[in-house]
Design a protein around this ligand. Structure first.
Ligand code: ADP
Length: 277
């Protein structure tokens, strides 16, 4: 396997509270290489989002972070604010649960997609437009031209999510952070978007940090999993090992509450057999 593109060591995030400091994330370490999907799974409040915000250096002002985050061999604490802005987008793409939080409602898709490419990739407007067209095609839009002319509200939720994925991937980031990317979508569209992520991971050779509360999504999509609880990683390993024989009570409880997981794994096996040459 290639060297990790993202490496997090002993990450702790604390907030100052009335009764002293509260550690919302404690001693989290993880690695992510290009071309693999690592799922960070845990219930709401377990520290998943704070972990991803630390990687992006976007923690709230009140938070104090210790530990080390390296992206493509660089310690992000050593980067200026400006350099970090370049890292976001160019080296780390982001997609969120609700695309409207990152899509600007008053700009056409063309404008929002090309601006990032011009800024981060130094592309001309014409080159940027071509790159935008290609990635919209890659995420399955039959008529990229039409989508480029539209405003976000003219698209369905699933389409907006695909546009957001296309916009992030057009920049060819080493890693993509996907925070609950399918939670707001209905089940059929959810499956399509997850399939798309798995497909794009190989095609773009991006690593994906997939944040989810849904262990069914982990089973269907991820290569490795880290289970978070109360700010800590309580169990980590390959998806087959962790979900096949969980060693932590909490992982077992998560599994028990998601009976669909078995079905999803069977489906994945069936899909793998179907895809095998
Ligand atoms: P998750 O993404 O797993 O739902 P988060 O990373 O958002 O969890 O949050 C973990 C915990 O950190 C929360 O339960 C909360 O107690 C604490 N926390 C998050 N943001 C703040 C904040 N701005 N001030 C104080 N505590 C916070």
């Amino acid at each position: 396997m290639s060297a990790p593109f993202l490496s997090v060591r002993d990450l702790t995030v604390a907030f100052h509270g009335r009764q002293g400091d509260v550690e919302a994330v404690r001693n989290v370490s993880l690695d992510l290489a290009r071309g693999e999907i690592l799922a960070l799974v845990g219930e709401s409040g377990s520290g998943k989002s704070l972990t991803s915000l630390s990687i992006l250096r976007l923690l709230p002002e009140a938070a104090r972070m210790t530990g080390r985050v390296e992206i493509d061999g660089q310690d992000i604490a050593s980067l200026s604010r400006r350099q970090m802005e370049d890292v976001r987008g160019a080296k780390i793409g982001m997609i969120f649960q609700e695309p409207m939080t990152s899509l600007n409602p008053v700009l056409t898709i063309e404008r929002q997609m090309t601006e990032g490419l011009i800024r981060h990739k130094g592309a001309s407007r014409r080159e940027a437009l071509e790159m935008a067209r290609i990635s919209l095609d890659d995420v399955g839009f039959a008529e990229p031209e039409r989508v480029l002319r539209q405003y976000p509200h003219q698209l369905s939720g699933g389409m907006r999510q695909r546009v957001m994925i296309a916009a992030a991937l057009a920049l060819q980031p080493g890693i993509l952070i996907a925070d609950e990317p399918t939670t707001a979508l209905d089940v059929t569209v959810q499956a399509q978007v997850l399939d798309l992520l798995v497909d794009l991971k190989s095609r773009y050779d991006s690593g994906i940090l997939l944040i989810t509360h849904d262990i069914g999504v982990v089973a269907e999509t991820a290569d490795r999993v880290a289970v978070m609880r109360g700010g800590e990683i309580v169990e980590t390993g390959s998806v087959d090992a962790v979900l096949g024989a969980p060693s932590h009570d909490y992982t077992r409880a998560l599994l028990a509450s998601h009976l669909t997981v078995e079905k999803a794994m069977h489906q994945r096996d069936a899909d793998a057999r179907r895809m095998a040459p």
